[in-house]
Design a protein around this ligand. Structure first.
Ligand code: SF4
Length: 326
């Protein structure tokens, strides 16, 4: 199918089927750009349905880039609480500060400047340029990748590596409605070319789809293993309270409040109590109850019955819940 025809078909489908999302509303340009920045940070590791209420609350509290640049850390983290991956929130604030200081408060409209901002990589730059500035970029997210892999029947490891997909996405062509087109492709993957049971009968590009012709919709997994990591998590308990510390040691959950932990490299006979998936690692956690809490210079005691009163990452809350049950 010629690129122009694909583009037209996908946009036509999108116009009739797109979901109404808070960052897709008709907005003055500056607001649109700010909403895109915030939503793209939130969507980096989180699904749309989860992001919506967080986005609405965030925008209600911080309606402009200027306010975001000035927000204090506590309020920022509170607004992000529940979304996880808190480094995104901190990077978003740093980005807003740099834009306020170095770009006269205007979100940059070019790739290089966007890439220089904290928390913005290739994907987010492309998404912002397409959605907020109507530039001809197609950000390759998981949804678009899936459509591409199925449409072209890309199954081998060499075919599904990022570089190859970046080349192959040219099949989608470009549109003068780049902002809609990027979102239309994502929406097609999210609503029609779903990971399981794609709804091919409603797909606007089904007539040339190779996976449909072969009746094989299975996707090859990228061979990229999460790193196995091993931690001792130390539990100090006094009456109803647990001791927590500010995490300045590990790159995950940086500066947030966690249980004291130690990482072990390749332990023998490690019988973990808990497993967590975080970023690109599988955390194997062994709980150790401890007695002497004096060595901590600034411990933070939380009352287990008042968990919601504290600003805690969900990782810490889950550990408390585990301890209470076991
Ligand atoms: S026809 Fe089916 S498998 Fe092919 S792109 Fe459309 S939804 Fe995906």
């Amino acid at each position: 199918m010629k690129e122009k025809i694909i583009t037209k078909k996908i946009l036509k489908w999108y116009d009739l089927n797109k979901r109404s999302l808070p960052w897709r509303k008709q907005l003055p340009l500056k607001k649109k750009q700010y909403y895109t920045l915030v939503s793209e940070f939130m969507l980096q590791q989180t699904q749309i349905a989860t992001v919506i209420p967080f986005f609405n609350r965030f925008i209600k509290n911080l309606p402009s880039l200027r306010e975001l640049a000035k927000v204090d850390e506590k309020k920022l983290i509170k607004l992000w609480e529940g979304l996880g991956y808190y480094s995104r929130a901190r990077n978003l604030k740093k980005t807003a500060q740099i834009i306020s200081k170095n770009f006269e408060g205007k979100i940059p409209d070019n790739y290089e400047d966007l890439l220089s901002l904290p928390g913005i990589g290739n994907y987010t730059s492309s998404a912002i340029l397409a959605i907020a500035f109507n530039k001809p970029y197609i950000p390759l997210d998981g949804n678009i990748e899936r459509v591409l892999k199925r449409y072209l029947y890309l199954k081998k490891q060499s075919e599904i590596v990022k570089d190859n997909l970046q080349q192959k996405k040219r099949i989608f062509g470009i549109s003068s409605r780049s902002n809609d087109y990027a979102q239309a492709l994502m929406e097609l993957g999210a609503l029609i070319c779903k990971p399981i049971n794609p709804v091919c009968r409603q797909c606007p590009i089904s007539n040339k789809c190779k996976s449909l012709q072969k009746k094989d919709f299975d996707l090859t997994k990228n061979i990229k293993k999460n790193k196995e990591k091993y931690f001792i998590l130390k539990v100090y308990k006094k009456d109803q309270r647990y001791l927590l510390v500010k995490n300045t040691k590990f790159n995950f959950l940086k500066n947030l409040t966690i249980f004291p932990m130690e990482e072990l490299s390749k332990p023998k006979n490690f019988n973990e109590n808990l497993n967590f998936k975080m970023s690109n690692m599988n955390m194997n956690i062994k709980i150790q109850y401890q007695k002497d809490s004096c060595k901590f210079q600034s411990p933070f005691w939380i009352n287990k019955k008042k968990l919601d009163n504290y600003m805690l990452p969900s990782f810490t809350k889950k550990i408390v819940k585990y301890l209470e049950k076991n």
